[in-house]
Design a protein around this ligand. Structure first.
Ligand code: ZN
Length: 311
């Protein structure tokens, strides 16, 4: 299995267009040792021919065009390289890229019933995905279940890969109406994915609210864990003047502090642990900061655009 990190930042990317925090202005003026990052986007493939996307980032068009493996086949009878998209939640940063894929191409979208309801009923703009017959083929994931995925029409043999969904807690996005919220299942708002083939697998959890501990066993058993590194501290947005809300209030367990991810991450895991979905305010982006050093010393890697690994 090949896994590519096409984008590694949280919403807004790094630098964010309207942000003058020390990270964004430092990067803009060449005074910060850090890499620019597009918004979080993962792709994986079993055979380097058919790829599946995790998230559909607002930067997806740019990310697709800069990935040679995603170029359309010269011959229309050959399969398109992007077979489907797995959506962990309905956040704007996670679903906006679907609009870049609206050009009458057929592909699968895998999401919980709750996330599908939000996209199909709450927001008319996503109807552009339904303009032709079988344009988007919706596949429903339970919040805690296992899906065997087959590449061929014949699903009687063993699946080509397995997708386990892990409920992460968290809530539906702010744009969802009160009326719809009352009808949606809470545990379908945000899920993580464990993608496995032949006993090897990676866990992807870009949005960890901290209200559920079910992510821990997936992190313990996966060969690679790509996990929420959005904020260093709970009051980071207030301290950088970006918002009055805390990290936890907007659904992200901070890395540092009591009960933070660094403290809670299961000890003695053998797999790689990689922080992803990193907000532009997060001091770990500065490669010369104490916080950057602290996460490396704790055994974490920090995802960057262009990172790739094989399982
Ligand atoms: Zn910033």
């Amino acid at each position: 299995m090949r896994v590519k990190v096409l984008g590694s930042a949280a919403g807004g990317g790094f630098p964010q267009w309207n942000c003058h925090c020390s990270n964004c202005s430092g990067l803009r003026h060449g005074k910060l040792k850090a890499r620019p990052r597009t918004q979080t986007q993962i792709a994986f493939s079993l055979d380097s021919n058919i790829w599946f996307l995790l998230c559909a980032s607002p930067d997806l068009r740019q990310q697709v065009l800069s990935t040679p493996e995603f170029a359309p086949p010269a011959d229309d009878s050959s399969p398109w390289p992007i077979g489907g998209v797995f959506l962990p939640n309905a956040d704007v940063d996670t679903v906006m890229g679907l609009l870049h894929l609206r050009e009458f191409q057929s592909f699968f979208v895998f999401a919980t019933h709750g996330v599908q309801c939000v996209l199909q009923k709450e927001s008319k703009i996503f109807r552009v995905l339904e303009r032709s017959d079988q344009q988007v083929k919706w596949q429903t994931l339970s919040s805690k279940g296992r899906l065997g995925c087959h590449f061929s029409e014949n699903s009687s043999g063993p699946p080509d890969f397995i997708c386990d969904t892990v409920p992460l807690g968290g809530s539906y996005p702010d744009y969802v109406s009160e009326q719809m919220l009352r009808a949606l299942a809470y545990d379908e708002a945000a899920v993580g994915f464990v993608m496995q083939q032949e006993g090897k697998g990676f866990f992807f959890a870009p949005s960890l609210s901290g209200t559920s501990a079910m992510w821990k066993s997936a992190a313990e058993t996966s060969d690679v864990t790509l996990i929420d590194g959005t904020f260093w501290s709970d009051d980071e947005l207030a301290r950088t003047g970006r918002s009055k809300k805390t990290a936890r209030e907007i659904g992200h367990l901070p890395l540092y502090g009591p009960g933070g991810l660094l403290e809670q991450f299961p000890a003695n895991t053998k797999g790689r642990k990689i922080l992803i979905h990193i907000n532009n305010t997060n001091p770990i982006l500065n490669q010369e900061s104490a916080e950057h050093r602290a996460v490396l010393d704790a055994g974490f890697e920090i995802a960057y655009d262009g990172m790739e690994f094989n399982l």
